[in-house]
Design a protein around this ligand. Structure first.
Ligand code: PNS
Length: 220
């Protein structure tokens, strides 16, 4: 008797071939790694082992966000549809010499995510997995723009899994329209007089203008 995987797309089924050449589709047995198996309902987290289906799915989208770009915002929009709650968490790390303080970055983020009622803004220091546990989050959401992001993201995801196996990292592909944008490049282009229209949300462009032209905030 032969077994073959059905094509991609749906939950895989095994096609059971009989010796006469006929075959019938039978559902795959539940994957033992997913035990106890629960049928998928809606959103990530609803079918995770050991998790009550009623428990809300909470994801953390961590980063430096110095400042938030349209690439980040696109991921937030899409991520907000997948989880009951999405917490955008800013790493407090002065070693990176950020352009904007954590409070300024949080202010800009709150302004641009105000349209999404299930998105919150927070900040953290120390280990990301500890922050996730403190916020009852079981998913870490990260964006991947290109292969070059993958190696670092893989390392980070595996380290986080080692530190806390119950917390899953989920990657989303960046929207191709924004896949070349980074906060660092936006700051560089803007500081050299380049046009960043369409690369960052409008309030962020205004804050960049204030900061990089040294105009006090209240004058603009
Ligand atoms: O936007 P960034 O700078 O790529 O975000 C990186 C971030 C904040 C996700 C990462 O540096 C982080 O999680 N730092 C917290 C420290 C930590 O948990 N380290 C262990 C896992 S690598």
């Amino acid at each position: 008797m032969k077994w073959a995987l059905a094509g991609c797309g749906d939950r895989p089924t095994l096609r059971q071939f009989s010796f006469t050449g006929h075959f019938s589709s039978t559902p795959l047995p539940p994957n033992p790694l997913e035990y106890p198996y629960r049928p998928k309902t809606q959103g990530f987290g609803k079918d995770r082992p050991g998790l009550s289906p009623k428990q809300p799915s909470i994801a953390i989208y961590p980063g430096s966000f110095d400042p938030i770009t349209n690439g980040h915002l696109d991921l937030i929009q899409r991520g907000s549809r997948l989880f009951d709650k999405l917490i955008v968490s800013i790493l407090q790390n002065d070693a990176k010499e950020p352009l904007f303080s954590v409070e300024e970055r949080a202010g800009m983020l709150r302004e641009v995510v105000a349209a999404y009622p299930n998105v919150e803004v927070d900040s953290f220091h120390g280990l990301l997995v500890d922050h996730a546990a403190a916020r009852s989050a079981t998913v870490l959401l990260r964006g991947i723009r290109a292969i070059s992001d993958y190696e670092f993201e893989l390392q980070m995801a595996l380290m986080n899994r080692r530190l806390s196996p119950g917390i899953e990292t989920i990657f989303m592909m960046a929207n191709e329209a924004y896949s070349f944008i980074s906060s660092r490049m936006v700051k560089e282009v803007f500081s050299l007089g380049g046009d960043i229209n369409g690369l960052v949300p409008a309030p962020v462009e205004a804050r960049l203008r204030q900061r990089l032209s040294n105009v006090p905030a209240e004058e603009t």
